[in-house]
Unconditional design. Structure first.
Length: 161
């Protein structure tokens, strides 16, 4: 059975229009990667019957340190990544300060076969992007979330966005 993740795509209106908050994975494998490696803040669903939106809110808190807003949350559906993992996401209006990012950490033997374990942030940075830039930065499999957001942004802002 493929792994499943749930995530949140924070959205705001910036001076130039709609913006989305994406996160960059931490750790040594992504240190020098940029375009095509950013993501919606997301994480694995706990085994069992965990509510997907509750999991997405938990993961936003764990990966960024940002308190999830009250909503409304607009569903953006599900995508399948290259690995086979399925990701379900929601959009919500928020205005987080990327400089305030505080991610949880993971441990990894690094360098490989060194016997030394190092701690890395799960997310090493967050940034607001306009939709065109976000499309270049985000994992290709998650780009449909941006398309769906464009179709449903009015539900978040109560107008035609």
């Amino acid at each position: 059975m493929p792994k499943r993740s749930a995530g949140i795509l924070p959205v705001r209106r910036g001076p130039e229009g709609l913006q989305v908050l994406l996160v960059h994975p931490g750790g040594p494998f992504f240190r020098s990667k940029d375009d095509g490696s950013w993501s919606v803040a997301k994480g694995l669903l706990e085994p069992g019957d965990e509510d997907e939106l509750a999991a997405a809110r938990r993961e936003l808190r764990e990966e960024t340190g940002f308190e999830p807003p009250g909503g409304p949350y607009v569903p953006l559906g599900e995508v399948r990544q290259k690995s086979g993992k399925r990701v379900v996401a929601w959009a919500v209006v928020a205005d987080f300060d990327p400089a305030a990012l505080e991610s949880n950490r993971f441990e990894l033997e690094w360098p490989p076969r060194s016997g030394r374990t190092q701690s890395f942030p799960e997310v090493d940075r967050a940034a607001w992007f306009d939709p065109d830039t976000a499309r270049r930065k985000v994992l290709a499999a998650q780009a449909p979330f941006l398309d769906r957001l464009a179709e449903r942004a009015g539900e978040l802002f109560g107008d035609d966005a």
